[in-house]
Design a protein around this ligand. Structure first.
Ligand code: FES
Ligand code: FES
Length: 960
């Protein structure tokens, strides 16, 4: 490849560079200049994460060759503040541009992966249109995808920056004492708006870095007859080819069913059958096409109900040999990997008493998480074997990756490959969105096994956007057959349901999703007679796995539509029907457990008030449009094994600033911020004194099970609170002894120990490291203060395998309600969601504004999910694995308004009463939209997605 010398001005500095003719501007910025603020989300011009200014115009740098930038001026996020100075703006003491400051002010950042591109596009807009209207901002940002925020705050930030007189050094809240319950700024926001936040793909590994690419199956189901890698190995630059013969191991969490590389058969298009290591990504990719694999095709099955039949093609003949958790019940000899049974009361005897019965079959397709940051993993296997490791093939191994669960990854990979846990180190920097897709192990193990083949060299494996869609994981399909009945007064009497989750080729996490759907199968309703069967079934589709909501969005889709139909049948309003039947504190719920304290009626009241439920007067915006409102409620428990632990360490520095060490991750949800707030509150120091150590590193961070199930505020929060209280106790003991006072009379406030009795004061500075001396400066007491804390919920009990009954099925439930106001264009079938009102009982909002950001982002995620679907042809070939063909909500799709509300019924074992709310916020958006569409058109849609075409055809049929 010919090289060219170019001259380009980047962020005001002249650069003279030698670049290959095929190198993109994006790669030049990231690889030649280490300007990693510009992100790679797709390398296909579809996501906008790579947006930079070239001669003042926003461009997707992944679509422009570096040679085309010869002689140009390029501005990246790192140069945004300086760019403003050249426009005559005085220097901001925080080093931020007006726009960056506005993003901070509006809390317009979550994971931060889209943020640099958003900032550049918004900056370009403000340069040409200093006072844009809402619609103009949305249009300008339509090419910049964000999966986290819901866009509204980004639009507001752009408008706020426009309103300001071209510089507004605002005083953000500072020196925040007693921060729990206050909307303090995100702890990570400065790094994220400047491009300084380091994500896995941004880490630099030097010239010894090799690249891995994977050879993938073209078939949905086939036997592997032969693999010949000889031609690939002859290609210059290829260092190794690894196949299932080299790695005869399975990996998994609940059901260990997935071979690292396919060994004897493939079960889904895109399954990895071999991996190639080479000196460049291009050579590795080229080599994958030289690996010859001979297949013998087998019949495939894609529908979970068909797959559950006895005569279906059998996908895992050896299922009976798989290791499985003791609460999962696979059925060897079938494709059923889990069957959870729930039996309560006697539905058969209740049906005759029902005044109204509604039943239906509801189908949901696979959808994808679509984090804007694709999966990346880099592994390095050292040459040296650690003494005493006992593993002949082992050296010390490091895996750098964007992981929601670094400790679980360490555990699963260690077990699978026989690496002692102490020899495998997993490092996870910032994550560009996860939504469950970066939990457990998906592609990360490939980096490890490929690196083992080239010890001493780090090997990077990075998913393309196409691979991200079909080869990482997806939300499972569901076919739900559900029947519910109520009496004439609207009291629910009985429910029978069958949930068939299509778990895809490997069902590891999926079996626990089916289980969670089983023990929560009624949704948030008190129903005395229930028969529920929840199955997870193998199909020849992408691996189904955890996704925001963990089975709850899927089951609520049908339940919440049936509730509307029952209400209509007996002449009751949908909101009133839900108030009457929703679960309340102390109810004996379907598993026999007593419902912990929550206030779901308060959530319903808040959203009906916010949406104007009882005073509807709004008319459609055009004669060919119809307007409707819908409501839906939800519940969700953290779905976990009974022993997921969290731990934390709180360390003081000389100046009394504090480092909090945790193993939990911040995926954008704000975990690090609330952890810092809790530590500060418990210690009695200002919030600004607290740092949360990044990256999470299994060698140095204390143990955390996984950042999943919306559990971090609760579990890690409890561990941090305990660690801070431990440190606080140590401090008070030292000072009490020093002053000769009773510890009960002392407190720590604003970084000082105070005595309510003697009114003495002792600043924490220095004493938290050096201790305190006696009067003669001898006989020092104390020493470096380090607090330790842990938390594990020990009270969850097993459930009876035939009835699903037990004392305590889950730790707790989070509940909430949403109401939607929308318009349907009857000429096109297009839906325009105008407003979403959303309220959740979070126990205690540690940071109310962060809760609202979760609600807003989740509502748009939930809205988007109603229109998304992974599509496959009859052979299981993916039809839409790109961000063009698989559309997620853009800035123009986001509702005009989202009103979030918070209810606070303290959780008994929550820190300050708090419980998590990250996943819950998208659970019931899709059914609320379906109910609103029915309100507008009188048409019910049982199957997702709600495509405009489907709605248009239904309208034609109805002649509306
Ligand atoms: S990385 Fe360039 S548009 Fe996605
Ligand atoms: S904050 Fe936009 S993608 Fe995460």
């Amino acid at each position: 490849m010919a090289n060219h010398t170019i001259t380009v001005t980047v962020n005001g500095g002249k650069e003279y560079l030698d670049v290959p003719s095929n190198m993109t501007l994006l790669r030049m910025l990231r690889e030649k200049l280490a300007l990693t603020g510009t992100k790679n989300g797709c390398e296909a011009g579809e996501c906008g994460a790579c947006t930079v200014l070239v001669d003042g115009e926003p461009v997707n740098s992944c679509m422009m060759l570096a040679v085309e930038a010869d002689g140009c001026e390029v501005t990246t996020v790192e140069g945004l503040a300086d760019q403003e100075k050249t426009l005559g703006v005085s220097e901001n003491p925080k080093g931020l541009s007006t726009l960056q400051e506005a993003f901070v002010e509006q809390n317009a950042v979550q994971c931060g992966f889209c943020t640099p591109g958003m900032l550049i596009s918004a900056h370009a807009l403000l340069e040409r249109n200093p006072h844009p209207a809402d619609d103009e901002v949305r249009e300008a940002l339509v090419g910049n995808l964000c999966r986290c925020t819901g866009y509204l705050r980004i639009v507001q930030a752009a408008q706020t920056a426009a309103e300001e007189t071209r510089f507004f050094p605002k005083n953000l809240v500072s020196n925040t004492t007693d921060p729990v319950g206050k909307s303090v700024p995100r702890i990570d926001i400065h790094e994220k708006v400047t491009g300084a936040a380091v994500f896995a793909d941004d880490m630099q590994f030097g010239p010894g870095l090799y690249y891995g690419r994977l050879v993938r199956s073209p078939h949905a189901h086939a036997l592997i007859k032969r693999i010949d890698a000889s031609k690939a190995l002859e290609l210059p630059g290829v260092k190794a080819v690894v196949t299932g013969r080299d790695v005869n191991a399975r990996i998994g969490l609940y059901l260990i069913d997935r071979p690292v590389f396919a060994i004897d058969r493939v079960r889904v298009v895109g399954e990895a059958v071999a991996g190639v290591v080479a000196t460049s990504e291009e050579i590795a990719e080229q080599a994958t096409r030289l690996v010859e694999v001979e297949y013998e095709e087998l019949p495939a099955v894609f529908d979970p109900v068909e797959a559950a039949q006895p005569d279906a093609p059998l996908l895992h003949p050896d299922m009976g040999e798989y290791e499985v958790a003791n609460f999962i019940f696979p059925q060897p000899g079938t494709n059923i990997s889990e069957h959870f049974k729930l039996r309560k009361g006697n539905p058969e005897s209740a049906w005759p008493k029902c005044a109204a019965i509604v039943e239906g079959t509801f189908r949901l397709p696979q959808i994808q998480h679509v984090p804007i940051e694709p999966h990346v993993a880099v592994a390095l296997w050292e040459h040296s074997t650690m003494k005493g490791s006992g593993a002949a093939t082992s050296g010390s191994v490091t895996l750098w990756t964007c992981s929601q669960s670094p400790f679980a990854q360490r555990d699963l990979i260690s077990q699978s490959l026989g690496i002692p846990h102490g020899d495998l180190r997993v490092v996870s920097p910032y994550i560009g969105g996860g939504f469950g897709g970066k939990a457990g192990v998906s592609m990360e193990v490939y980096a490890v096994v490929l690196a083992r083949a080239v010890k001493g060299h780090p090997v990077k494996v990075r998913m393309t956007r196409e691979e991200e869609f079909i080869t990482t994981t997806a939300r499972q399909t569901l076919v739900a057959n559900t029947k519910i009945g109520c009496d004439a007064e609207g009291n629910l009497l009985a429910m029978e349901t069958e949930y068939y989750f299509g778990g895809g080729a490997y069902n590891d996490y999926g079996v626990n999703i089916a289980r969670a759907a089983g023990y929560s199968c009624t949704g948030p309703y008190d129903i005395p007679n229930v028969k529920g069967d929840s199955y997870c079934v193998y199909t020849n589709l992408p691996i189904g796995s955890a996704m925001r909501g963990f089975g709850m969005p899927e089951i609520h889709w049908g339940i919440e539509q049936i509730m509307d139909q029952l209400a209509e049948k007996i002449g009751m309003g949908p909101a009133e029907f839900r108030r009457r039947n929703c679960v309340r504190t102390g109810d004996t719920i379907l598993t026999g457990m007593e419902m912990p304290a929550v206030d779901l009626p308060a959530c319903i009241d808040k959203v009906t008030e916010a949406i104007g439920w009882d005073r509807r007067s709004a008319v459609p915006s055009a004669p060919h449009k119809k307007r409707g409102q819908g409501i839906a409620i939800m519940w969700k428990a953290p779905a976990m094994p009974p022993n997921p632990g969290s731990s934390a360490i709180v360390r003081f520095n000389e100046d009394a600033t504090v480092n909090v060490e945790i193993g939990a991750q911040d995926l954008g949800q704000g975990a690090f911020t609330v952890i810092a707030q809790m530590a500060a509150q418990a210690l009695g120091v200002p919030y600004e004194w607290v740092r949360v150590s990044v990256p999470v590193d299994t060698r140095y961070s204390p143990y955390e099970w996984q950042t999943v199930a919306s559990r971090i505020t609760w579990t890690t929060g409890n561990a941090v609170k305990a660690a801070a209280e431990d440190a606080r106790r140590q401090i008070l003991e030292i000072v009490a002894e020093h002053w000769g006072e009773d510890i009960q009379d002392l407190d720590i406030k604003n970084g000082k120990v105070i005595s309510y009795k003697s009114e003495l004061e002792q600043p924490l500075e220095n004493m938290v490291i050096y201790g305190l001396p006696n009067e003669n400066f001898e006989g020092w007491k104390g020493g470096p203060i380090v607090g330790r804390g842990k938390f594990m919920p020990t009270y969850v009990t097993n459930l009876d395998s035939e009835t699903g009954q037990g004392t305590r099925a889950v730790v707790h439930y989070t509940v909430g309600a949403q109401a939607v106001d929308l318009e349907v264009d009857t000429e096109t079938g297009q839906i325009d969601v105008l407003k979403i009102a959303s309220a959740y009982d979070v126990g205690k909002a540690i940071n109310p504004d962060l809760v609202l950001t979760q609600i807003e982002g989740g509502a748009v995620h939930g809205m988007s999910s109603a229109f998304e679907a992974l599509k496959f042809d009859e052979q299981g070939q993916p039809l839409n694995p790109s961000l063009v063909d698989y559309r997620i909500a853009t800035s123009v799709d986001a509702p005009r308004e989202i009103q979030g509300d918070i209810v606070e019924t303290p959780l008994e074992d929550g820190p300050w009463g708090a419980r998590g709310v990250g996943e819950h916020v998208m659970v019931q958006t899709a059914p609320a939209i379906a109910n609103a569409i029915h309100d507008a058109l009188g048409i019910r849609f049982n199957d997702l997605p709600l495509s405009a075409e489907k709605i248009f055809l239904a309208l034609e049929e109805m002649e509306l």
